[in-house]
Unconditional design. Structure first.
Length: 179
């Protein structure tokens, strides 16, 4: 019976590797975003001289929005892989990201919520700049959705605080203080 239990436990532990194709798929979406960014950039460059300032700002906000989504994907891929699949050995890499290896699932959740709020804010700003083409009820829905994202992020942060969640960053500061 103990042998069967060990096999099941190892199988359960090895199942984390089933997430790798999901992370690879997210990396593929970065390629899609890169292509979309290139098209949006070329379109903005062609229109920039012949349109008014608000259209240029809308184009720039679209590019910023795509970059924010790409940043979000990179955070999810690297942190998710590190937290749920396997540690990434970058001991020989000089240009490591400042947050590399420091985001656990709780702090990633907060960073994701803040990123979603930023993306939503950019989308909302684009909608307000383009308000002549949108009915007021749609603008109201966008504001309500944005406020819902903000309320959700605040609720997540509050829940982490009342449950005593301590992010890895705080733990690493404690380790540095010991040195």
């Amino acid at each position: 019976m103990k042998d069967a239990e060990k096999v099941v436990e190892r199988l359960i532990f090895a199942s984390r590797w089933l997430q790798v194709p999901l992370y690879l798929g997210l990396i593929g979406t970065l390629v899609i975003l890169l292509v979309r960014f290139a098209f949006e950039f070329v379109e903005l460059a062609h229109k920039a001289i012949g349109v008014d300032e608000s259209h240029v700002i809308l184009g720039v906000l679209t590019l910023v929005d795509l970059v924010m989504v790409a940043n979000l994907i990179v955070m999810v891929v690297i942190s998710g892989y590190e937290n749920f699949v396997s540690k990434i050995d970058l001991s020989e890499v000089a240009d490591k990201l400042s947050w590399f290896g420091k985001l656990d699932s709780g702090s990633l959740k907060i960073k994701l919520a803040v990123s979603i709020i930023a993306i939503s804010a950019i989308h909302l700003l684009k909608s307000f700049l383009n308000h002549a083409e949108l009915p007021n009820d749609k603008l109201l829905v966008l504001v309500v959705v944005h406020l819902t994202f903000i309320a959700s992020a605040l609720a997540l942060a509050w829940l982490d605080r009342i449950t005593g969640y301590q992010p890895v960053l705080a733990a690493s500061k404690a380790e540095q203080a010991k040195k």
